[in-house]
Design a protein around this ligand. Structure first.
Ligand code: ATP
Length: 456
């Protein structure tokens, strides 16, 4: 059997073994999204979602060993690479090495997969239903079942961290599951705009249109951040019409109802209401408990239900924050060598989170944050709050806005005022940009940590 097929067989076997031995929530979260980059010198190179996933995978050597012995008749070692700490160059080298290996050993070439932008970990199966999301979940499942038919477009709105993006990806994953040839693309509004701007700059509008107008499913996230430049708005309008007319499914998300999207033209906004507009609200206590139960199953620690109940009682409005609280508790428990996490440990972990925030808050002002950020990036305070927009200034400005929001909890309009009278949507955009970058770019995380240290 050619080696490529054996690699596939090996990877399938790893997953089969995992499915038997690991609970389904942990399987969906840790195992399913991982990718085998290739097998080089008896070592399987595996790409996982984050360093956190790496910790989990490290304990799965039995799976790799058993599958290696079964398929290759020899033990296979493994190296783990996390998406959040591997550079694009390293990934290219690893992928290239694997593809060189493939070319050497096998003439079969897999089709180049379309860049769907989907994250496989977001599925309907690991989305917890509750009163705040029941109807939206039902609509999303209906759309995935009959794309382009039932609700088109589907417009999902709601507050931060409530699962809008999760459901979007789940629709895409489900449709691809049913039809692997479906042309699916998930894109943030910002990236849609970037793609368009790059295409016009490089004279590649044909290929841009080819990509976007031939889709079967377009998932466009955070339309409130859509640029209000005429060219991009018109392009979006035309893309929307082209897709709608050919019966392709469109799903959009936003933090507000379509009628409040002042950045978009009315003719486009009115099209959004041709389909279904549906909201997600904050999860109730039972839903938060169920979410914590699923997420904690992926941990090696034991979380009794009264501990989960305690955490669910502390964070009530944002699932992302709920996950963050659970991670924090897990971190503190591990640091204290605790294996069964009791309420005392959880409250210690969350108390220190709150008290350090309170401590910081009592000494800190917006001005102080602005000064430290300006100093850190070697720019002047007046540039930081002024109108200039080059990247060397705009990026520190976004960092400063993020820190003010994060550390002082100042309202968006008040932050806008403190940064030269900017609109609250600019602040919201900056906050989102930096939160996203922190997940994907460890340099941004390091910058933030270094600046925060100045306040301690
Ligand atoms: N009902 C749920 N069940 C399981 N996980 C959930 C649920 N709701 C949210 N989450 C998780 O919470 C995190 C944040 O969700 P998501 O990114 O989808 O939020 P969002 O509404 O798109 O937020 P934003 O508007 O800030 O982008 C994700 O890890 C997601 O998996």
């Amino acid at each position: 059997m050619p080696l490529l097929k054996k690699n596939d067989e090996f990877w399938m076997r790893v997953k089969q073994l995992a499915q038997k031995s690991i609970k389904s929530a942990a399987y969906d979260y840790f195992i399913e999204p991982a990718q085998l980059l290739g097998i080089d010198d008896d070592t399987a190179n595996i790409l996982v979602e984050s360093s956190f996933h790496k910790d989990y995978w490290r304990k799965q050597s039995d799976l790799i060993m058993t599958a290696g012995l079964e398929i290759f008749d020899k033990p296979i070692r493994f190296s783990l690479y996390a998406k959040d700490d591997i550079s694009e160059d390293e990934l290219n080298v690893l992928t290239q090495e694997s593809s060189e290996l493939i070319q050497e050993l096998d003439t079969f070439k897999p089709p180049v997969p379309m860049m769907t932008g989907l994250n496989k970990k977001y599925r309907f199966g690991n989305f917890v239903q509750g009163p705040g999301n029941r109807w939206t979940l039902a609509a999303a499942v209906a759309v995935a079942d009959k794309p382009g038919d039932t609700y088109n477009p589907l417009f999902i709105y709601g507050g931060a961290g409530l699962g809008k993006t999760h459901l979007m990806h789940a629709i895409g994953n489900e449709i691809l599951n049913d039809n692997p040839h479906a042309k699916v693309k998930y894109v943030s509004s910002e990236n849609f705009v970037n793609d368009y701007v790059n295409a016009t700059r490089k004279n590649q509008m044909e290929s841009f249109e080819e990509t976007y107008r031939n889709l079967d499913l377009l998932l466009l996230d955070d339309v409130q951040f859509f640029s209000d430049k005429e060219g991009t708005k018109t392009e979006f309008f035309n893309t929307f019409n082209a897709l709608y007319e050919k019966g392709a499914q469109i799903v959009l998300t936003s933090d507000r109802i379509p009628q409040e999207l002042n950045n978009l033209e009315e003719r486009l906004v009115s099209r959004f209401s041709w389909g279904l507009t549906t909201d997600i609200t904050a999860p109730d206590y039972e839903t938060r408990m169920a979410i914590l139960l699923i997420k904690s199953e992926a941990s090696q620690l034991e979380f009794p239900s009264d501990t989960l109940g305690y955490i669910a009682g502390q964070i009530d409005s944002n699932v992302r924050e709920l996950e963050g609280a659970l991670n924090r508790v897990e971190f503190v428990a591990k640091a204290n060598n605790v294996s069964v996490v009791d309420i005392e440990t959880a409250s210690q972990a969350l108390r220190s989170l709150k008290s350090s925030a309170a401590q910081t808050m009592s000494n800190l002002t917006i001005k102080r944050i602005q000064e430290e950020v300006a100093k850190f990036y070697h720019i002047s305070l007046s540039d930081l709050v002024g109108p200039k927009r080059p990247k060397e200034i705009a990026f520190p400005r976004q960092i400063a806005m993020y820190l003010v929001r994060e550390l002082l909890g100042t309202s968006l309009p008040a932050i806008g005022n403190a940064f030269g009278g900017r609109d609250h949507t600019t602040v919201m955009y900056a906050y989102k940009q930096i939160s996203d970058k922190m997940k994907s770019d460890s340099d941004v995380q390091k910058d933030i940590d270094s600046i925060k240290q100045k306040f301690q």
